[in-house]
Design a protein around this ligand. Structure first.
Ligand code: HEM
Length: 446
């Protein structure tokens, strides 16, 4: 350990003059944060001169996300996102966030999710049935397009085949293409010191253009929903909520749901297919389970092994390598003091690989959840969807999407990793496979 920083928090080793830990983080990203777990419950790293407090211990994370959540705002990452997606649920704070969360909650109730899940099963079934047998597919791209195809009709339930629906599907395809630029630009701007973050590189110009295109398409969608009210999609329910929402607020929420809901689900599904292709026996178990279940019922209760598989994917391949908060005042977290205005980071991805919490953490084993169910873990030890008042509003939604897709895939296909490509994990805005070439062959009917 090099030294102790402000508030008694240990300083991460290896910092360089002026740059701090920026080179280590730029080189290793999630791997760098993983190394910091050995430095203590809370550790300070510096990006340039700027201190960031990394929370390692579940108790410290619980303190910030749940027990003292009122003392923190969303912080720097969301300062970067706000100009492009607006002040939606993920980026807003305080009483406004609470109001919006209440307005959106009905659209995410369990019964609603059960209804959307019927559409997920149909959409996933149709799309997966059309996969070309024996041809290597880029599964990362396929999963993103599928995640868009699932989310768009739930957000905007326009009649299938109508012009409006086609326009929204077009919106979905463009969003899927542009999102990567958006999130990469946001990440770069978050990590770089302010003067470099605004340099108009070609990548950043592309990002700005795609962010503007996203907003125009969302505005169009909100206008369309206003002129043809009714329906029980997320957007319709949001607009119908008591007290209503302005066009701008609704537009911010639509963009937020697309940004928060597509890439996370797509990346998790990509890792799920990666794990399926490498573990044919697990795929067989899921196949048997899906065939035995009542058709169209895709719940954790109906598909318990598939649910454990998803839970394990969300543990070992947690897509979010960091999330942040900012201290609104000086706060005591465990033995340490986090100064007012400081940026705080937690990494579910590194937490989920802690051997003290998950024995043999790098082993992919869905059945670990049988011997050590989630509720037996210390609180805040397993955080795929965060915790506290900012917990993912779309968790049930994501679960239903993932179960529908995995059940559609395992009932029809065997998966085969393309020979000659060793998948590497790359941490951009999320930790995703560098490429995921996979081919499929049909399972025997029966
Ligand atoms: C596997 C897929 C998903 C993962 C892993 C995931 C993860 C998360 C996490 C960790 C947070 C909390 C971030 C924090 O602590 O600051 C979050 C928030 C959020 N998620 Fe998700 N999410 C997923 C899918 C979705 C979906 C499908 C939607 C929408 C349909 C969605 C919408 C949101 C929104 C709006 C928030 C902000 C909530 C608030 O601050 O009140 N997410 N998500």
């Amino acid at each position: 350990m090099d030294a102790t920083g402000a508030g008694g928090v240990p300083l991460a080793p290896g910092g360089m003059p002026l740059l701090g830990h920026l080179p280590g983080l730029a080189r290793g990203r999630a791997a760098f944060l993983q190394t910091l777990r050995e430095c203590g419950d809370v550790v300070e790293m510096r990006l340039g001169r700027r201190p960031f407090y990394v929370l390692n211990a579940p108790e410290a994370i619980h303190d910030v996300l749940v027990a003292q959540s009122g003392e923190f705002s969303k912080g720097m990452l969301f300062d970067q996102v706000r100009p492009y997606i607006g002040n939606g649920l993920a980026s807003s704070d305080g009483p406004f966030h609470l109001r919006q969360r209440r307005a959106m909650q009905p659209a995410f109730h369990r019964e609603r999710v059960a209804r959307y899940s019927k559409t997920f099963t149909e959409v996933a079934g149709d799309r997966v049935a059309g996969w070309p047998e024996g041809k290597v597919m880029a599964m990362g791209r396929e999963m993103r397009e599928l995640a868009v195809a699932l989310l768009v009709p739930a957000l905007f339930p326009f009649a299938e085949g109508s012009r409006t629906r086609r326009a929204v599907e077009d919106l979905g395809a463009r969003v899927s293409r542009d999102l990567d630029l958006l999130v990469r630009g946001v990440l770069r701007a978050t990590i770089l010191p302010p003067p470099l973050a605004v340099v108009p590189t070609p990548g950043r110009r592309r990002f700005l253009a795609s962010a503007a295109a996203l907003r125009r398409l969302a505005e169009q969608a909100v206008r369309q929903a206003r002129t043809s009210p009714g329906g029980d999609g997320v957007l319709a329910l949001m607009l119908a909520h008591e007290g209503g929402m302005s066009d701008e607020e609704a537009c911010d929420e639509v963009l937020t749901l697309l940004v928060a809901g597509v890439e996370t689900t797509a990346t998790t599904l990509s890792w799920a297919l990666y794990a399926l292709a490498r573990n044919p026996r697990m795929a067989d178990r899921m196949h048997d389970e899906a065939r035995a279940a009542e058709p169209g019922v895709v719940t954790p209760a109906a598909l318990p092994y598939t649910a454990r598989f998803v839970q394990e994917v969300l543990r070992l391949y947690q897509p979010l390598w960091f999330m942040g908060r900012r201290a609104l005042k000086t706060v005591r977290v465990g033995r340490y003091e986090i100064p007012r205005g400081a940026e705080v980071i937690y990494s579910a991805a590194t937490l989920h690989r802690d051997p003290a919490l998950f024995p043999e953490p790098l082993r992919f084993d869905p059945d670990r959840w049988l011997t050590r169910p989630e509720k037996s873990l210390p609180r805040a030890a397993y955080l795929p969807f965060g915790a506290g008042n900012r917990r993912c509003i779309g968790d049930g939604f994501a679960w239903a999407e993932m179960l529908a897709v995995l059940s559609a895939v395992t009932t029809r296909w065997h998966l085969h990793p393309a020979p000659g490509h060793r998948v590497r994990a790359v941490a951009d805005a999320q930790i995703h496979p560098d490429a995921l070439p996979i081919s499929v062959t049909a399972r025997a009917a029966g």
